[in-house]
Design a protein around this ligand. Structure first.
Ligand SMILES: NC(=O)c1ccc[n+]([C@@H]2O[C@H](COP(=O)([O-])OP(=O)(O)OC[C@H]3O[C@@H](n4cnc5c(N)ncnc54)[C@H](OP(=O)(O)O)[C@@H]3O)[C@@H](O)[C@H]2O)c1
Length: 301
């Protein structure tokens, strides 16, 4: 099958499309013929060898964790899904013609393949962040970095649950934040004052999903340090914030995909996507590396 691969660590220039052996669905898994695959910052972090394991890979690596496609193999013990079903979900090596998924949900018929492929990780992280920081309907959440792949889905999931959201982004993304239901503020000088003005009753919890906001600003806005959660700045743990990488016991992907499928079907979550053919994956990675993505980047194999 054709897949995006790399055989050495580096920047987007070391990516290439090559023929690799097909994966197969193991117990509890399904294989899909991939219609679209999401790109996440973790992809270029792994490509660059920034996540540990920086030695040259032993075999060509096929990157990617998000996909939408048609089931073509059902692993042992899997029930409730059949060959030919349209699904979206989380797996490994998704930036390829065929990929194995470990968690999935039926793709709403009205949902574009590329939007479905953009959603899985962002839905999983959003469900996790809201649960771990414990923010309830009627409360107010500040999202530091609301315009990115995770941020935009987190904002909309929270709004759909009846949470008031104030979110930060650059000047160009203020209109986008408003569109997705947040009260927008610009990051940089005056951030704390701007959030306080936008949420005069105070903020009940703070979710840092870009890892670019100073700890002092995040803590100044939260009622206590344990009401700050970050997915991107693990140093905050030393000061009493919650940090989460989706380790064992933290993730509930099936639950998140189920809730997300419904919100996507009802257009209560809308994801802006920019699509690239697999052959132009390096451009998508370079865009992600820029750190200023609006919505999500998706590859079409
Ligand atoms: N721990 C986990 O489980 C987990 C899971 C998924 C992702 N992550 C990490 O979370 C981070 C975000 O992921 P993503 O997919 O959302 O990335 P992304 O799509 O590339 O979005 C990055 C966002 O950061 C915003 N940003 C840049 N500088 C900022 C600043 N100073 N203050 C606030 N926002 C700022 C950008 O907004 P502007 O364009 O408006 O500047 C952009 O929308 C990455 O580091 C990723 O690796 C962690």
């Amino acid at each position: 099958m054709r897949a995006l691969t790399y055989t050495e660590h580096g920047g987007p220039e070391v990516l290439h499309v090559a023929a690799v052996p097909e994966p197969h669905a193991g117990p509890g898994q399904v294989r899909v013929r991939v219609a679209a695959a999401g790109v996440n910052p973790i992809d270029w972090k792994l490509l660059g060898g920034f996540m540990g394991g920086s030695e040259t890979p032993e075999a060509p690596v096929v990157p990617g964790f998000d996909a939408a496609g048609v089931v073509d193999e059902v692993g042992e013990g899997v029930t409730g899904v059949s060959v030919g079903d349209d699904v979206f979900g989380l797996g490994t090596g998704t930036q390829a013609e065929l990929a194995v998924l470990t968690a999935w949900a039926p793709k709403p018929a009205s949902l574009d393949w590329s939007v479905a492929a953009a959603a899985p990780s962002a839905l999983e992280v959003s469900e996790r962040v809201l649960r771990l920081v414990g923010v309830e309907p009627g409360q107010t959440l500040f999202v530091a970095g609301g315009a990115g792949g995770v941020g935009a889905v987190l904002v909309q999931t929270a709004v759909a649950r009846g949470i008031t959201v104030v979110a930060s982004a650059g000047a160009d993304n203020q209109g986008y934040l408003r569109e997705i239901g947040a009260v927008p503020v610009t990051y940089g000088d005056g951030l704390v004052e701007a959030v306080r003005a936008a949420a005069p009753g105070g903020v009940d919890a703070v979710a840092d999903v870009a890892g670019r906001t100073a700890a002092a600003e995040l803590f100044a806005l939260a009622p206590s340090h344990d009401k700050v959660i970050s997915i991107a700045n693990f140093d905050l743990a030393a000061e009493g914030a919650l940090v989460t990488g989706g380790g064992p016991g933290e993730s509930r992907p099936v639950e998140a995909l189920g809730e997300g499928a419904e919100l996507l079907r009802e257009s209560r979550i809308v994801i802006k996507v920019q699509t690239f053919p697999l052959d132009r994956a390096a451009e998508a990675y370079a865009t992600s590396l820029s750190g200023h993505v609006r919505g999500k980047l998706v590859l079409l194999p």
